[in-house]
Write a protein that binds this ligand. Structure first.
Ligand code: SAM
Ligand code: SF4
Length: 376
């Protein structure tokens, strides 16, 4: 639960009231930069190569740390970007070197006609097109997604115990997710990542079992620190389990964690937020990823931006300010002029990208938005 001792945002962030949207879209004339005018770089010289796109703020689960049981106030459907608008945004970002796209949510598999969207994006020749899902509908969707051109999957599985799974997801059925993982393998997905939010007193006794489950199926387990989104409303400090503690548990259960490994998903190191370690298992070295967003932030190597379902481009997960790309998308511009203006808007906003977030282990420092509305 939110800590009583959190300072106000104004105190914490140099007097800037962070929950007021910052108007970052700089009024540059179309063509001033040009769609081919070099890579997307933020004000601190970090190069942006990766965008996570939320397709919906709806979800068929209500994970306790992500979404309140009663749900959240949903965006009006008319504000949600159409497939044409999503494709235009990706094409614009591609012109400035963004070659990696992850589709997320809410739960992306509840978006109508998802396969059609993946087919459209699959034709753009992206280096990487991935999807994060809770896996509930994966058994039926894995093969169509693969055929549509999806490259990779991240599937969230916090526990292998059905009762715990039902408890943490409030709506989920573990058997459906495990069937979905089998279907993903059968469909030919490789390097599937099994994402698990590690929580003290909930699944800290399952970290080894989750690794073994993943490795036995050629998947990559990753453990995520609980983040205090929604101003810490869904954050229980007592359940926070730092990566340092996760490492100790993993070492005790599986043996020594060997030095950091390059990201398994590509030759490009550091594409995702995880740091990987190697563990000797069943005669070979296996990878385990640790995502230390809170206790060991990785902001200095941040290479990503996030697009909400309503077209708000967030430079950082941890702040509410965003660049309104929907306004650009619906401005009447078409073709290269539209792409050009989208790039300008993104560049303008990124010059304000923060140096780092201020998440704390006590539940302070989070944005007002819920994780379900931005996608993790
Ligand atoms: N619904 C999909 C899923 O669950 O994978 C995609 C969206 S979900 C918001 C993306 C990831 O964010 C999931 O792996 C989820 O466990 C993680 N997540 C949600 N709330 C979180 C929180 N407060 N702290 C850390 N991770 C969180
Ligand atoms: Fe839904 Fe994913 Fe959030 Fe769970 S973590 S409530 S599945 S969006």
């Amino acid at each position: 639960m939110k800590s009583e001792s959190c300072q106000t945002d104004t105190d914490r962030r140099d007097g800037v009231p962070v929950h007021l949207p910052i108007l970052s879209e700089k009024p540059l004339p179309v063509g001033a930069l040009g769609v081919s005018a070099g890579p997307l770089i933020d004000g601190l010289a970090r190069r942006i190569r990766y965008v996570r796109i939320s397709l919906t703020d709806r979800c068929n689960y209500r994970c306790t740390y992500c979404m309140p049981d009663e749900g959240i106030e949903l965006a009006p459907r008319a504000d949600v970007l159409s497939f044409e608008e999503l494709e235009a945004t990706v094409r614009a970002l591609q012109t400035v070197g963004v070659e990696r796209v992850r589709l997320t949510g809410g739960e992306p598999t509840v978006r109508k006609d998802l396969i059609e969207l993946v087919t459209r994006l699959g034709r753009l020749g992206l280096q990487d097109l991935a999807l994060s899902t809770n896996g509930e509908r994966l058994a039926e969707l894995a093969l169509p997604l693969r055929r549509a051109g999806l490259h990779r999957l991240n599937v969230s599985v916090d526990t292998l115990k059905p009762d715990r799974f039902a408890q943490v997801t409030r709506r989920g059925n573990l058997a459906n997710v495990l069937a979905g993982l089998d279907a993903a393998r059968a469909a030919g997905f490789a390097y599937t990542k099994l994402n698990c939010v590690a929580m003290r007193g909930f699944n800290d006794d399952e970290l080894g079992a989750l690794c073994r489950y993943a490795w036995d199926r050629d998947m990559i387990p990753r453990f995520i620190e609980l983040m205090p989104m929604a101003e810490g409303q869904l954050f229980y400090p007592g359940t926070f389990l730092s990566v340092a503690e996760q490492r100790k548990i993993l070492t005790a259960e599986l043996g020594p964690l060997l030095s950091d490994a390059p990201d398994a998903e590509s030759a490009l190191p550091g594409v995702g937020p995880a740091r990987y370690a190697l563990v000797r298992y069943a005669g070979s070295l296996r990878k385990v990823g640790l995502i230390s967003a809170v206790s060991e932030p990785f902001c200095d190597t941040c290479n990503r931006v996030r697009l909400s379902a309503t077209g708000q481009l967030h430079a950082c997960l941890a702040y509410d300010d965003a660049i309104d790309l929907r306004r650009v998308l619906r401005s009447g511009l078409v073709g290269d002029a539209l792409l050009d203006r989208l790039v300008q808007a993104a560049r303008g906003g990124l010059s304000d990208k923060r140096a780092s977030h201020v998440f704390s282990e006590s539940g302070c420092g989070g944005p007002r938005k819920h994780m379900v509305s931005i996608g993790g």
